[in-house]
Design a protein around this ligand. Structure first.
Ligand code: CTP
Ligand code: CA
Length: 223
């Protein structure tokens, strides 16, 4: 009953979340992508909505249902994700970047399917770098509170801290992969300017609820 009368943790806050992988086409039937189920981002969207937030979810290609009450925008490539996120960022209080954005895309996309050559010459892919969505949002003059994610195969704390500084964001959430990718549970390491805190292995739903509490506390402390 007491909980009923307590204002929800993120009441009145607007959250923008990226989730899933991006897909960078090579030709109509092939492309480059990252390993990402989108589960953590969708769990964040659901937990934030349940905590009273207005949630916009920009999703790469994933096979997940939209959480109730969440506004979803579907994109395919990193550039489309960037183009969807940047104009919306300033209208939100928090930006949570869970997406596994492809770092590079093919320099050119073929309109026709590339065929194997009779002489067996193998095509060579030239790549160009995609824009860094999180770093670009963090650079905005009216930037929302930015939370980055770092999925690493080793040296998690060091890499998460390096991303905190390089992207100039106040909080980075680290996890060790690839064993965790696509699973329903995970363990996290929260890294900020003050230090580190481990969140022990739990379901992505429970982790998302813990991150909602963490973010709500940081917003309240900021005033
Ligand atoms: N990110 C992003 N746009 C990109 C690349 C990454 O918004 N083009 C975000 C991710 O969503 C994540 C954070 O930045 O929140 C860290 O992503 P990560 O891939 O770990 O960092 P990179 O800077 O790309 O470094 P690297 O892949 O070399 O580890
Ligand atoms: Ca990357």
């Amino acid at each position: 009953l007491i909980a009923f009368f307590q204002p929800k943790l993120l009441q009145g806050r607007r959250l923008l979340i990226t989730a899933g992988p991006t897909f960078e086409p090579i030709d109509p039937v092939r492309g480059l992508t990252n390993l990402s189920s989108g589960k953590m981002g969708f769990a964040m969207a659901r937990a934030a909505q349940e905590a009273g937030a207005q949630v916009t979810l920009v999703a790469g290609p994933v096979h997940l249902d939209t959480p109730a009450g969440v506004r979803r925008i579907d994109v395919r490539t990193a550039q489309q994700m960037f183009d969807a996120v940047l104009p919306l960022a300033a209208q939100h209080d928090v930006f949570v970047a869970t997406a596994a954005v492809a770092d590079w895309r093919p320099a050119g996309t073929s309109d026709a399917k590339i065929k194997k050559q009779a002489d067996r010459a193998v095509p060579v892919l030239e790549l160009v770098e995609n824009p860094d969505i999180l770093a670009a949002v963090a650079r905005l003059p009216d930037a929302p509170y930015c939370v980055g994610f770092a999925a690493e195969s080793h040296d998690l704390a060091r890499h998460a801290r390096e991303k905190l500084q390089r992207k100039n964001v106040p909080l980075v959430v680290g996890n060790l992969g690839p064993a965790t990718f696509g699973r329903d549970d995970n363990a996290l390491l929260l890294v900020d300017a003050q230090g580190e805190r481990e969140v022990p292995c739990a379901s992505k739903r429970a982790l998302a609820q813990e991150l909602v509490r963490e973010i709500a506390g940081r917003l309240a402390a900021r005033g």
